[in-house]
Design a protein around this ligand. Structure first.
Ligand code: DGY
Length: 321
């Protein structure tokens, strides 16, 4: 019997392609070309499945033009590239890769927090530029992480993993805000106290954003929220571009209204607001919070499991619709 045809839209581990090749006739994109929407539509013409990366907009227009498509399997946890109601209407399922990156992303939250609070990249640039002439009492004096107050906005699995690192690893006082309050046992396990968003903004020394992107979470942090933060506070965005109003953040950093920011995600990424590139008190990374080899492999495996599960056995392991 002929194998079903699937498309892998970007470059991926050779091991992942080999695994997919056991079950499917695979067209891949190891050159990692960035396709236009029309190119993606053309490539999907005879395909029943797509291995996707959270980047491809799967909407009514694409679905109408790709009548053979049955499943889009994101290797990411986030799925704001999917218009799930259009997919449901077209009879196409979307899947993601839950529970693959929680601890790795929480680790990275601390990498960004530490680098931001302790001015790691700023001081490295200074050193590389040959500007280090002697020791100085206040050279790159930053803020303490241990014993400080960590405010987490978005207390899902990643938020909870960050809370545990903060409370038990760094002796931080952890406060959080979330759409709904956690149950008492989970709060105790994270040693975290629920507070209003306003209290969190006004009292936290470090604010970590791990809320999923949606219309409601758009610009969770804008000019008025930045105005509530302490002038010594640091802001870390690990979640999604658009959760922070990047233009407002650039102004706040420039005016030293807050101390510093660490950003792994950006509005309109891979473009970065030009003013964020000119302020010194910022750490910028290109959406790599989940990027360790084992974790990216686990994410890819989940997408494979979803494609195989659905197309060969009629059941995806993590269907979204
Ligand atoms: C995800 O899985 O949503 C991440 O943002 C990609 O690393």
């Amino acid at each position: 019997m002929n194998k079903q045809k699937i498309l892998v839209t970007r470059a991926i581990f050779p091991e992942t392609l080999a695994k997919l090749g056991r079950y499917f006739d695979v067209e891949s994109n190891q050159a990692d070309d960035i396709w236009t929407k029309q190119q993606l539509i053309d490539k999907l013409q005879d395909k029943v499945g797509a291995f996707t990366f959270g980047l491809e907009r799967i909407d009514a227009e694409l679905l109408a033009a790709c009548p053979t498509l049955k499943i889009c399997a994101n290797m990411t946890v986030g799925y704001n590239n999917f218009d799930l109601s259009a997919m449901t209407a077209a009879g196409v399922i979307g899947t993601n890769a839950p529970d693959t990156l929680t601890e790795t992303t929480a680790d990275f939250g601390f990498a960004l927090l530490m680098a931001t609070a302790r001015r790691v990249t700023e001081s490295e640039h200074f050193l590389r530029a040959g500007k280090w002439k002697s020791w100085r009492f206040d050279m790159f004096a930053g803020s303490d992480v241990h014993g400080s107050t960590l405010g987490i906005i978005g207390m899902g699995k990643i938020g909870q993993a960050i809370a545990k690192r903060g409370a038990f690893g760094f002796g931080m006082k952890v406060i959080y805000n979330n759409r709904s309050r956690l149950d008492v046992a989970t709060e105790a396990a994270c040693k975290a106290r629920y507070v209003s968003k306003t209290e969190l903004l006004q009292t936290a020394d470090h604010i970590m954003l791990v809320v999923p992107y949606s219309a409601e979470s758009h610009h969770t942090i804008g000019a008025s929220e930045l105005a509530l933060m302490k002038p010594t506070a640091n802001l870390i965005n690990l979640a999604r571009g658009g959760i922070v109003d990047d233009a407002a953040l650039a102004v706040a950093l420039k005016n030293q209204q807050i101390a510093a920011a660490g950003l792994d995600v950006f509005e309109g990424e891979p473009s970065v607001h030009p003013d964020l590139l000119t302020v010194p008190n910022i750490v910028l990374t290109p959406h790599i919070a989940s990027s360790t080899v084992p974790t990216r492999m686990a994410m890819a495996n989940k997408a494979v499991d979803n494609l195989v599960g659905f197309l060969l056995h009629g059941r995806a392991v993590s269907a979204l619709n």
